[in-house]
Design a protein around this ligand. Structure first.
Ligand SMILES: [Zn+2]
Ligand SMILES: [Zn+2]
Ligand SMILES: [Zn+2]
Length: 359
């Protein structure tokens, strides 16, 4: 779906998104978001200040840029207290997950100004300990995404996963989920209630005028309905249409990133010998009132089928290692319909033309 990228050093060695040094030529390297590629450090490029000072960032910026921080780090409003023992390591894990989401959004064509640059449409991050500051809660509010530093602790996250009965809980998933609330706030919340996009949203995700606070307390008291998996990508998605959207959006970004990674590594989904469920074509069409780009429904259907195929391969491989399913999700026709709308909105909201078609 995104343009295929391969990360290579000038010496020809393969590099990865988080690489800071080429293991063949021993040169320092970093990621250049302007070029969407890995580069050797050279006089025209400089490492982000968070990389230089704290070793938590490998993104580059032009040497003559007035900015100290890269396109991802400059969105930070609050960072953890680095005098505390494990905070630096946990913050580094947070920033790595955040960079991955920021790259996906930039590649999709989203403009991501800071809140200072654009108080109306900007984005900011507060990354802090919600144990030390109980007034802060994970979530999104008016362009600010708050993420709890404790979530970078594997044990903490595992306990939350067990208690909430989740199939998967990752830092990357948190950031993707919260950007779902952010784009909803920026692109949908300000539209009139009867705008075709709002109408389509209700048609697919349900009536979002339902009290959010009531829905969440009901979810935490009673859990999701037994048949939630027929209609939602996760149990939490069943709590309220806004959470359904954020979970679906997170899943959409996961697919975009997953495909890009497979393309980068030359892994193709075709030719796999598995009896797969074929999604009905109508599950990949838009609700009434919205118009698809010509051929986009069929493109999306093919894209989703290929994804289901790749997911089955990933699960079989993880099973052969005795590990839990790497992809513990089921894409039902209802879920496909939601992902289709997320794809449509992503195309609509991107500032530049969407790169290429699906596939
Ligand atoms: Zn090299
Ligand atoms: Zn940075
Ligand atoms: Zn949420």
């Amino acid at each position: 779906m995104l343009e295929m990228k391969s990360f290579h050093c000038a010496c020809g060695n393969i590099l990865y998104f988080d690489s800071t040094r080429c293991l063949r030529c021993q040169q320092d390297v970093g990621f250049d978001p302007l070029e969407d590629g890995m580069r050797r450090l050279k006089p025209s490029l400089r490492l982000c200040a968070n990389g230089r000072m704290h070793g938590v960032c490998n993104w580059l910026l032009p040497a003559d840029s007035p900015e100290a921080f890269c396109a991802s780090c400059r969105l930070n409003r609050t960072i953890p207290d680095l005098s505390e023992g494990r905070n630096l390591r946990h913050w580094g894990l947070m920033e790595a997950a955040k960079r991955r989401v920021i790259r996906t959004l930039l590649n999709l064509g989203f403009r991501l100004p800071t809140l200072e640059e654009d108080p109306q449409d900007g984005l900011g991050f507060d990354i802090l300990s919600t144990t030390l500051d109980p007034s802060a809660t994970m979530g999104h509010l008016r362009g600010v995404i708050t993420v709890s530093l404790e979530e970078a602790d594997d044990t903490w996250r595992q306990i939350n996963l067990q208690q909430l009965g989740e199939a998967s809980r990752t830092l990357l998933g948190h950031f993707r989920h919260e950007t779902g609330h952010f784009v909803w706030h920026r692109h949908l919340s300000r539209l009139a209630w009867d705008h075709p996009s709002r109408h389509a949203f209700r048609e697919v995700f349900g009536n979002d005028s339902e009290s959010y606070a009531d829905a969440l307390s009901r979810h935490y008291e009673q859990g999701a309905a037994p048949d939630w998996a027929d209609h939602h990508i996760s149990a939490y998605a069943a709590s309220h249409p806004w959470e359904d959207w954020a979970e679906t959006w997170a899943h959409y970004l996961q697919m975009v990133d997953g495909f890009e990674t497979c393309d980068h590594l030359g892994i193709r989904g075709g030719g796999v010998n598995l009896p797969l469920v074929i999604l009905p074509m109508e599950s990949c069409t838009l609700p009434p009132g919205l118009t698809a780009h010509p051929g986009e429904d069929a493109n999306f259907h093919a894209w989703l089928q290929r994804w289901i195929c790749l997911a089955a391969v990933l699960n079989e491989i993880s099973r052969s290692f005795g590990a839990p399913f790497l992809y513990p999700y089921i894409i039902t026709p209802d879920v496909a319909r939601k992902l289709r709308l997320a794809h449509h909105f992503a195309q609509m909201w991107a500032v530049r033309a969407f790169p290429g078609g699906a596939g």
